[in-house]
Design a protein around this ligand. Structure first.
Ligand code: UDP
Length: 473
């Protein structure tokens, strides 16, 4: 295998976007394609992202990492709007960087970095999108601009009204992503413009696999998700691209203490709770969750951050201060609470883990599928409510907690869902189905599996694109 092709990967900000892009980089490298990953570097510090970038070199030494420093974004933009503003500021820096490289065969940008289409066009570099979420989300996103325009009001005002999209079960308006709830907002308008441009990509690499989402993929390929007259880019399902666990210890070989603790627990006896890079709860919710776990009687490993009221989620949480009195002592023989961060990829793969209470970030969902662990879905932000719909209704490998869309999920509900998944009957059905998904996922990424074949098809396509470009030039 030669390294004659060079691909530049351009992730969006955030661990949930960087992690799968790094896995994509590794998949290219394994197939003899040289990779540079260009990471936007805003002023100021995001400790989680910094740690992730620091781990890159260790996890993947043959990949070139290039930081793209950008100026500060407008001070009054927040949350998703700020991220989009920062990505916009990064475009000229990306352009300059790409122009400095001798040859680039493809630019692969994260779905949030749509402006990269213009940079690629400007420099005549074939430009592809990486979609780090479910194919079903891609099917929905392509249909959202039309649906949003036709809807009687903003999704945020439509509550339980079912929205019908090709390729997926009906979605309640309240389960639409945060960025799309208010069509009058600047955030929503910007996102709609981005979504409408997605078909301009020459192809889309999706972090999923054929066997998991046949219905959504069929709708996409049948052209049912784009407006009449437009064509759907070629879709390559190349996943699951997930962390195999190496980066959890930075490659140092040291095992996290929670894994040692898991070693001592019986097989499939532990409920693991972890809510992505951004999940924070109110103090009241943390107390309810603690009570539910205690009442369930099951073993647990719980990643806890300081309550929302304390603003900065990465401060060291003072557990005694906000968990119920005596909770830690009473459950010390069967529970372990981790502060802020867990080596999740390794934890879910541990045989002691029997269920995963997750916020339904797509990386977390794929990690659970690869590990064959059923999910208790507790979506919090971004597109996680959509992922819950796919996991619970379409794939039927998870159950949802009731009340996630309200102020508080009650202790009783936490207890009920933990028992339901951990104890026989319905738990067994979920476990059987997720075991099947696990088997299909493992097969998809093996040599000759659907994702492996799709990856080679993509590389082949790059060769053809290169020839076309050379001829055109
Ligand atoms: N993660 C982790 N430990 C934590 C929280 C998150 O290792 O305590 C990892 C997790 O394994 C996943 C990523 O961070 O790979 C989170 O991505 P996901 O798409 O699930 O959620 P997001 O953080 O984007 O909301």
């Amino acid at each position: 295998m030669t390294t004659e092709k060079t691909v530049v990967l351009y992730p969006a900000l955030g661990v949930g976007h960087l992690n799968p892009m790094v896995q994509l980089a590794k998949a290219f490298l394994r197939r003899g394609v040289a990779v540079t990953i260009a990471v936007v570097d805003p002023p100021g510090k995001d400790p989680v992202l910094e740690a992730a970038v620091a781990r890159l070199a260790v996890a993947c030494p043959s990949m070139t990492v290039r930081l793209l420093p950008i100026p500060p974004a407008c001070a009054d933009s927040h949350g998703a709007m700020r991220i989009l503003a920062e990505l916009r500021l990064a475009s000229p820096v990306l352009r300059e960087f790409l122009a400095s490289l001798p040859a680039v065969d493809a630019l692969v940008f994260d779905m949030f970095c749509i402006d990269a289409l213009d940079v690629g066009a400007d420099l005549a570099i074939p430009t592809y999108m990486f979609f780090p979420s479910a194919a079903a989300d891609l099917a929905i996103y392509l249909q959202v601009p039309g649906c949003c325009r036709a809807a009687p009001s903003s999704f945020g005002d439509m509550g339980e009204t079912p929205l019908r999209f090709s390729g997926v079960p009906p979605v309640r308006a309240l389960d639409m992503p945060d960025t799309m709830v208010d069509r009058e907002s600047e955030l929503c308008r910007t996102r709609l413009q981005q979504l409408a441009r997605m078909p301009e990509a020459r192809g889309v690499l999706v972090n999923s696999f054929e066997e998991l989402e046949p219905r959504a993929l069929k709708a996409l390929r049948d052209g049912l998700c784009v407006p009449a007259g437009r064509s759907t880019p070629q879709i390559y399902c190349v996943g699951p691209l997930v962390d195999g666990g190496v980066s959890a210890n930075g490659g140092s070989g040291e095992r996290h203490a929670c894994l040692e603790w898991l070693d001592m627990q019986p097989k499939q006896s532990v409920v693991f709770l972890c809510f992505g890079s951004g999940g924070v709860f109110s103090a009241a919710q943390l107390r309810e969750t603690a009570r539910g776990l205690e009442e369930s009687g099951h073993r647990f490993l719980w990643t806890v951050r300081s309550p929302r009221e304390e603003q900065s989620k990465y401060t060291e949480p003072d557990l005694e201060a906000f968990l119920p009195d005596g909770f830690l002592q009473r459950t010390s023989d069967r529970g372990l609470v981790l502060k802020n961060w867990a080596p999740q990829a390794e934890v879910v793969q541990h045989e002691a883990v029997g269920a995963f209470v997750t916020h339904c970030g797509w990386n977390s969902a794929l990690e659970a599928i690869m590990a064959g662990v059923p999910m208790i879905c507790w979506p919090l932000y971004a597109e996680q409510r959509l992922n819950k719909v796919h996991l619970v209704e379409e794939m039927r490998i998870g159950v949802a907690v009731e009340g996630y869309e309200e102020e508080l999920v009650r202790a009783q509900e936490v207890e009920t869902k933990v028992r339901l998944v951990m104890e026989p009957d319905q738990g067994k059905e979920l476990r059987d189905r997720v075991a099947m998904a696990q088997e299909m996922a493992a097969h998809a990424v093996k040599e000759g599996g659907s994702s492996d074949v799709a990856f080679y098809a993509f590389i082949k396509h790059l060769e053809v694109s290169k020839l076309d470009n050379t001829k055109a030039g």
